[in-house]
Structures are given as C-alpha cells and as structure tokens.
Design a protein around this ligand. Structure first.
Ligand code: GLN
Length: 540
C-alpha cells in the first residue's frame, strides 16, 4: 500500500519547501524505498509555460514535454523516481478538468462545486501516483497555508486520510522562525499562528520543520512543540546552509527525519545509505580550484530564472573539485559597453535560452568575444541560435543574418520556423517540447563528452537552424555535429578549431545531477578550467 507525505508551508513563501521535499525524497530513496514526487500549484495558469521568468523563475521541462514548476528540477536532481505530467498540477489544470467534465455532462445535472468536485479532482491527482511499485508519494503544496487560492488543495489533502487511512498519511509543515536582531531573539509566534491555521482546516501536522538563520535553543523548539501540539522530537530546525543546498539532506538526516518518517508511517525500510552523498559534500566544501563563468542573459537579476543552469555548472564544478563562480551579465549591458570590459578575465561564456528580442545583440557580442578570443563557449537553445547568427554575420559576411523570431523579413533567415514545424501543433502552441533522440557525429566534441553518439535531450523552442544554409556554414567552419535521429533538424553546432565551442538547440541543464553532472557541462567546465590554468601561467 502506497503511503502519503504532504508538505505544506507557512509564514512566508520561498522557504525552500521544494528543496526540503526533494531532500526527504532522497533520504527515503536511500533507505531503499520507491518514491514519487509531486507538486500542486494553486495558481490558475494551466502551466508555468506562459509565465514570465520574473513571475515564476525557470520553466522546468520533463521528458514527456510537460512544462512544470522549477521545484520539479529539485526533485529530479535529488531523487530518481520518474516524473511526468502527473507530477505537477495547477488549479488551472484541475478546474479545466472539472469544467470539461461539466461540458460533457458527466455530473449528471448536479450543481458543480468546489467541495466535492474540485477537491475530488485534486484527490484523483494525488492518488493517481500510487501503485504497487510505489512505497511513498510525497506531495508538496505550493504557496502558503491560508492563501485563498490554496484552500481547495488543503481541504483535499485533509480528506485523503479519510479515504486511505490516517496511518498511511503524514503531514509535514515548514515554517520560518525569524530572528529579530533588535530583540536578539528568535520569534516562534508566526509559526504558532501558521500551525493554528492548518489545524483550523483540520490538519494537525505530524512533523514541523522550522527554517531559521541560526540554531534554535532547545527551549524554543520545545515551546513550539507544546503550542503546536507536536511531540518534541518532531520539531526540527533547518538552519541556512553555508556552502550548498545539497547539504540539506545531510542535516535533516542528522536530526533523524528519515527515521521519524519511517516509524510514523511504519515503512519497511533499509539502512540509510548516504556515504557517497557525504563524500560529495566533502568535495563541495573543499574545492581545490576556481573557475569563473559568465552567464549572459536577460533575467540575470532574478535568482531562479536560470536555476538549472546554475545548478548544472555547480555539478560540473563538484566533479572537477572546483568552485564555479558565476559572473551574471545582463545582455543589454553588452550592447552599451565594450565586451572586453565585462568579459575580460572570465574563463568560459554561457548564453542560456530565452524568448524575445531584448538583449539579443548583447548575446551576439558575447558569442563573438568568445569565438575571437578562444574563450570556451557553451550556447543553449537561444544561445545556439545566437551563435549561428553571429557566425553568419561576422564570419560568412551576411551582416543582415537573423532569426525570423527577431526580424521576420531578414534576407538571411539562418534561424527560422520550419514549414513542417508550423503544421504541428503541440500542446502549449507550436513549440518543440520534451525529450527527442539525437545522433552526434563520431569525432565531435559533443560525442567525446557524452562518450556516445546516441543521446536524448529535452527541447523547448519554436525556431530552428535553417538547413538551407548548412553548406555555407560547413564551408566556413561552423559544423553541425548533432541531428535529430529522425529528421533533418540540427541539434548541435561546433567550431572544431576553437578550444571549446559547442552550442545545442536543446536544454542539457535539465538532466544534470549533483553526483552525475551533465557531460556537456562537465566538458565546458573542464575547458574553462584549462583556460583558467593557462591564464594563471601567463600571469606567473
Ligand atoms: N526563442 C527561441 C525559440 O523559440 C529559443 C527558445 C529557448 O531558448 N528556449 O526557438
């Protein structure tokens, strides 16, 4: 029988509920349990695909092409259970289902209501993940307890123990205990209120994890336990991590969280096997080297807009024993400033994905700088398209070359929407979404990184390399080295006589894990470290 863990949050948002849920998933998996992770998001958009990164941070794409919340990125980086469309539901999706049923007459003339119809649909979404091969489903509820739009979700998860048995469900609530410098004291009142709100709905949390800037004295956690009706050992403190988010599972394990869960849900679990992770953390805390990577983007001031890219760079750094320092550069700045001023001294340049015109010319300047100065370059999605445009303009000499996304009537549409693409309507528009098979040229840098020439990577874009210009690019030295396994779509381009210049139409960052960095990030950071070393030699 599948057991359920529900993770809710209180007091404030951005507490790291996704990270904590993922860490719980990791601990349970490393006790031999089969875990499925899920996020319920109370907002009304059907998915985050249509939201600005400023609103929502990155859109995380799964193999099946679903565009999901970035917390699913944490799930994939920490755990290994499969994720799919069923792993992320929004209010928009839930209501859409209810309304579709209503239109089909499936409610047989009844009044359609939040309780029971919307809540039933939410329960279906949760129970849909259970099965004989699943020991635990961890469902994280987005937002903060008490939000109006979250109420149908809290109501639905309140009902689930009645359907599947109280003994099979566990509620974990995450809150903030603020430290007031003026009073030199940590304050537990907001946590008490937040738990009070949950109890009003009918949910008594079993475990409370309080986030705090600094360690909390025992008397505080005991007080929280008393006021919130919890056993003392079930109030855990998660202090901000000094080095890395990947330390969170270790500290929760030190507080016995996995054992508390195993006992409470009476899970048949093995011993916690976390030695490798511990070793990884040792490497994370003791880097032997350092490398600076410029990330040139358009949402550079937003912490989460390029989340998976920053994580993937870190992962590659872990593998090389190096701390990766990211220099975030606003692409528009490169349009106003001499690129040398902003990019001198960086060891590698990465241009990530993006949509729309703003900052494009700045990104193209960044590519040119990398190409001309032999700085390792990694282009991702739009970063590949910019590389192609730059090469067309500055090497081939088509100064008007562009993507039809930015100049519909350019005489040299080196990036364009292909006819066959226009006729295919995917969910969410005309985007190429999700995992697609790709074949790499044997002697390419990409194939060397992957150690294989058959790969599968995730896509999220509309525009493509225009195959009409392929001969001119090959002639001029920008070589397509990866193609869709079943078609003429160019997925990778490289400049063979550059130290490391690889640009890909897909999003490799979604498949990187702390203990298994993505091969291209691994290769890119390696090349950047090499450049770092060479620069150091010159200075000596
Ligand atoms: N805007 C480009 C396209 O739609 C690139 C998208 C991306 O970088 N994800 O093709």
């Amino acid at each position: 029988m599948t057991k359920h863990i529900f993770v809710t949050g209180g007091v404030v948002s951005s507490l790291g509920k996704g990270l904590t849920s993922a860490s719980i998933g990791l601990l349970l998996e490393r006790r031999g349990l089969r875990v499925r992770m899920q996020k319920l998001d109370p907002y009304l958009n059907v998915d985050p695909g249509t939201m600005s990164p400023y609103q929502h941070g990155e859109v995380y794409v799964l193999d099946d092409g679903s565009e999901t919340d970035l917390d699913l990125g944490h799930y994939e980086r920490f755990t290994s259970g499969p994720l799919s469309r069923q792993s992320n539901y929004t209010s928009g999706q839930i209501y859409q289902r209810v309304l579709d049923k209503e239109r089909r007459g499936e409610y047989l003339g009844r009044t359609v209501q939040v309780i029971p119809h919307v809540t039933d649909e939410i329960k279906n979404a949760v129970l849909g993940l259970t099965g004989p091969d699943v020991d635990v489903v961890i469902t994280e509820l987005g937002g903060t307890v008490g939000d109006i739009e979250g109420l149908p979700f809290t109501e639905a998860i309140r009902q689930i123990p009645l359907d599947v048995g109280k003994e099979n469900c566990l509620f974990i609530h995450l809150t903030l205990v603020p430290y007031l410098k003026a009073a030199r004291e940590a304050k537990t009142k907001p946590t008490q209120h937040s738990v009070g709100q949950l109890r009003q709905i009918g949910i008594q949390p079993d475990i409370l994890i309080v986030r705090c800037e600094r360690p909390l004295p025992r008397e505080h956690t005991d007080k929280i336990a008393l006021f919130c009706n919890l056993e003392k050992h079930c109030v855990l403190v998660e202090v901000d991590k000094e080095y890395s988010i990947y330390e969170v599972p270790m500290s929760l394990a030190e507080d016995n969280l996995d054992q508390i869960i195993v006992n409470k849900l009476r899970l048949n679990a093995g011993r916690l096997q976390i030695d490798e992770w511990q070793e990884l953390m040792h490497r994370v805390r003791n880097p032997e080297n350092e490398v600076t990577i410029a990330v040139v983007g358009k949402y550079i001031d937003h912490r989460d807009a390029y989340k998976s890219i920053y994580e993937a760079l870190d992962h590659a750094g872990f593998a090389h024993g190096a701390r990766v320092l990211v220099k975030r550069i606003e692409a528009e700045e490169l349009e106003k400033t001499d690129p040398d001023q902003l990019l001198r001294g960086v060891d590698g340049i990465l241009v990530p994905g993006g949509f729309g015109m703003r900052g494009i010319e700045g990104k193209i300047h960044a590519v040119r700088y990398a190409r001309e100065n032999g700085v390792p370059y990694f282009g991702i999605c739009l970063g590949m398209q910019c590389a192609v445009i730059e090469y067309a303009r500055n090497v081939i000499g088509w100064t008007d070359a562009n993507s039809t996304e930015f100049a519909t009537d350019t005489p040299h549409p080196v990036i364009c929407m292909l006819e066959e693409q226009k006729s295919v309507t995917y969910k969410g528009g005309t985007m190429r979404l999700g995992a697609q098979p790709c074949v790499l040229t044997e002697d390419s840098k990409a194939a060397a990184c992957y150690g294989s020439n058959k790969i599968s990577e995730r896509h999220r874009h509309r525009y493509e390399f225009n195959p009409r210009y392929r001969p001119e690019f090959v002639e001029a030295g920008l070589i397509p080295t990866g193609e869709h396994a079943h078609g003429p779509l160019v997925e990778v381009v490289e400049i063979p006589d550059h130290p490391w210049f690889v640009a890909v139409q897909y999003h490799p960052e979604f498949k990187s894990k702390p203990d298994r960095p993505h091969p291209l990030f691994h290769g890119f950071v390696e090349a950047s470290l090499k450049r770092h070393g060479q620069r150091a030699e010159v200075l000596v």
